[in-house]
Design a binder for this molecule. Structure first.
Ligand code: BES
Ligand code: MN
Ligand code: ZN
Length: 499
C-alpha cells in the first residue's frame, strides 16, 4: 500500500531554527534580549557583542526610546564589525517576572516581527532553551491559505541561528520536534473541509504515522458497520463522504504504562438536521482539532522515543444534513451496546467519541486522555483561551496543572451529580443532550464517562475555545489554529513515561 496519496494543499510557513556553537561571521541581524529595569532599559551581556559594541547598542536603543517591555521589538543599525547590518532588540520585560511562558511569548513576537529579515543570530536560549525554540517556531508560523501566488520576500520567515553550548543539543532537538508537531496539528485544523474529509484525512494520517514508525489501522464504513460503531456511523450518515476510524500505535519495548489517546475528528460540523445558523459556521472546519492534536502528539512521542505505550483512536466523520442523516429522536447503538436517544444532531462529538472511548477501553490502558472541540458551553464557562478538564479527579487536576505549566491554560471542572439522573432517556439507555441548558460542558463529560472502562484513569479536555484563535495574533499564538493541547499531552506522556 502506498504510504499516502493525499497531501495537504497548503501548509503554514515557519522559521528554521538551528543550533550553533559559534555565531557565523556574517548574518542579516543579531537578535538580543533587553529588560525593563526600574531605571528603564537594560541590556544584558551577550556573546554576540563585545563590551564596547554592547555599550553603543545600548545607546542606540535608548536614543530611539526602547524600554525593554515584554514583546517590544526595536531595530537599530549594528555597531561596526558586528557581522550583521542590524541589531534587533527583543524586550523580555521585568527580569524578576521572566519565566518560560514570558520567554515563549516574547520569542513568538520576535518571530512574527522578523519575516523578511533573513538570517538572524541570537543567544535567546541563554534564558531557556525549550521556551526560546518553541516561541520562535510557534510564533513564526503563518498560514496564508491556498493561494495562486508564492510567498513574497517580505513574508518569508526568518532563519534563526541559536548560539548556545553543544550540551543543550538534546533539549534543543526535542523542543523542535514538539514545536513542529504542534504545527502539524495547526496545518490540519487550518485545512478547509472540502480538502480534508474523513477519507483524505485518514489517508494523510496514515502516511505521517508510518513515517514516524507507528502502526496504523484504518476502519472504513463497512468495517465500522460490521463491528458496531453505531455512533460514528450515525454522525457520518448525512454526508456523501463516509466516516473512518483511525488507530495509531506506538509500542516501544521498555514501556511500563499504556496510555490511550482519543480525539474528536469532525471534519466539518454543520450541526446536521439540527442545523447551525449560517453566521460563522465556517470555523467548524476546526471541529477535528482534538484528533489533529492527538495524532500530532503520538507522532511527537514516537519521534522522542518516549518509553510508554500509546494508542490513539481517532473517529473521523463529517456532520452533514444529507438525506441519510440521523434525525432528532433516532435511537442509536454505540460500540459496546449502550443505546442513545439523539435529541440534537449538533451534539455529535460525544456520539463519535463514545464509540472511540469504548474501543480504546477494550485495550485496558492505564490512562485515557481524550480531547475535543466539544461544547460552546466551554467557551461560556472559561473563555476562549482556557480548556476545561473533567475526569478522574487526581489525574484531571494534574493535567490542568501541566497545561498551565506549559502555557496552555486549563482548569479542572467537576462532573455534576445531577447529570447522572438527567442523562437517562425514556427511549434508550441515555440521551445525548440535557433537557436544561445549564452545565452543558459538564453534561457532555458525563455522557463520555459512560464509556470509560473500569479502573482507567481518564481525562476529557474540552478545547472548543482554545483550539482556535479568532482574534489577532499574540505572543506565539497565530490567527486560526493554535495546536492546543499538543504540548500539554506530550508533557503528560513524558511524566507518565518517567514515573
Ligand atoms: N463543535 C461544536 C462545539 C463548538 C462550538 C466548538 C463552538 C467550537 C466552537 C459541537 O459539536 C456542538 O455543536 N455542540 C453543541 C451541543 C449542544 C447541541 C448540546 C453546542 O455547544 O451548542
Ligand atoms: Mn455540533
Ligand atoms: Zn461539533
Amino acid at each position: 500500500m502506498a504510504s499516502s496519496t493525499f497531501e495537504l494543499p497548503a501548509r503554514g510557513s515557519f522559521p528554521t531554527v538551528e543550533l550553533a556553537k559559534k555565531a557565523p561571521k556574517q548574518a542579516d541581524a543579531l537578535l538580543i534580549a533587553t529588560f525593563a529595569g526600574e531605571e528603564g532599559l537594560e541590556v544584558p551581556g551577550t556573546s554576540l557583542l563585545g563590551s564596547s559594541a554592547l555599550r553603543s547598542t545600548y545607546e542606540a536603543l535608548a536614543a530611539v526610546g526602547a524600554t525593554g517591555k515584554a514583546g517590544e521589538i526595536v531595530k537599530v543599525p549594528a555597531p561596526q564589525k558586528a557581522g550583521a547590518a542590524q541589531v534587533i532588540a527583543l524586550g523580555l520585560g521585568d527580569v524578576e517576572a521572566l519565566d518560560d511562558e514570558a520567554l515563549r511569548r516574547a520569542a513568538g513576537s520576535a518571530a512574527r516581527g522578523t519575516a523578511g529579515v533573513g538570517t538572524i543570530v541570537t543567544t535567546l536560549a541563554d534564558f531557556g532553551v525549550t521556551a526560546a525554540v518553541e516561541g520562535l517556531i510557534l510564533g513564526g508560523y503563518a498560514y496564508r491559505g491556498i493561494r495562486s501566488t508564492e510567498l513574497t520576500d517580505k513574508e518569508q520567515p526568518a532563519s534563526f541561528i541559536v548560539v548556545a553550548d553543544k550540551s543543550v543539543s538534546e533539549e534543543f532537538e526535542a523542543a523542535r520536534t514538539v514545536a513542529e508537531s504542534v504545527l502539524l496539528a495547526r496545518d490540519l485544523v487550518n485545512a478547509p473541509a472540502n480538502e480534508l474529509y474523513p477519507e483524505s484525512y485518514a489517508d494523510f494520517l496514515s502516511g505521517q504515522a508510518k513515517e514516524a514508525g507507528l502502526d496504523v489501522e484504518v476502519l472504513d464504513e463497512k468495517q465500522l458497520e460490521k463491528q458496531g460503531f453505531g455512533g460514528i456511523l450515525a454522525v457520518g450518515k448525512g454526508s456523501a463522504r463516509p466516516p473512518r476510524l483511525v488507530r495509531l500505535s506506538w509500542k516501544p519495548k521498555k514501556a511500563k504504562k499504556h496510555v490511550a489517546l482519543v480525539g474528536k475528528g469532525i471534519t466539518f460540523d454543520t450541526g446536521g438536521i439540527s442545523l447551525k445558523p449560517g453566521n460563522g459556521m465556517w470555523d467548524m472546519i476546526s471541529d477535528m482539532g482534538g484528533s489533529a492534536a492527538m495524532a500530532a502528539t503520538i507522532i511527537a512521542a514516537a519521534k522522542l522515543k518516549l518509553p510508554v505505550q500509546i494508542t490513539a483512536t481517532l473517529p473521523l466523520a463529517e456532520n452533514m444534513p444529507g438525506s441519510g442523516a440521523t434525525r432528532p429522536g433516532d435511537v442509536i447503538t454505540h460500540y459496546g451496546g449502550l443505546t442513545s436517544e439523539v435529541l440534537n444532531t449538533d451534539a455529535e462529538g460525544r456520539l463519535v467519541l463514545s464509540d472511540a472511548i469504548a474501543r480504546a477501553s477494550e485495550d485496558k490502558p492505564d490512562y485515557l486522555i481524550e480531547t475535543a472541540t466539544l461544547t460552546g458551553a466551554q467557551i461560556v464557562a472559561l473563555g476562549s483561551r482556557t480548556s476545561g478538564i473533567m475526569g478522574s479527579e487526581v489525574f484531571r487536576d494534574r493535567l490542568a496543572e501541566i497545561g498551565r505549566e506549559v502555557g496552555e491554560n486549563a482548569w479542572a471542572m467537576p462532573l455534576l451529580e445531577e447529570h447522572d439522573e438527567e442523562i437517562k432517556s425514556q427511549a434508550a439507555d441515555i440521551r445525548n443532550i440535557n433537557a436544561k441548558r445549564e452545565g452543558g460542558m459538564e453534561f457532555a463529560g458525563t455522557y463520555l464517562k459512560q464509556f470509560v472502562g473500569e479502573g482507567i484513569e481518564w481525562a476529557h479536555i474540552d478545547i472548543a475555545g482554545p483550539s482556535w484563535n479568532g482574534s489577532a495574533p499574540r505572543g506565539y499564538t497565530p490567527k486560526r489554529a493554535t495546536g492546543v493541547p499538543v504540548r500539554t499531552v506530550v508533557a503528560a506522556l513524558r511524566e507518565i513515561a518517567e514515573a
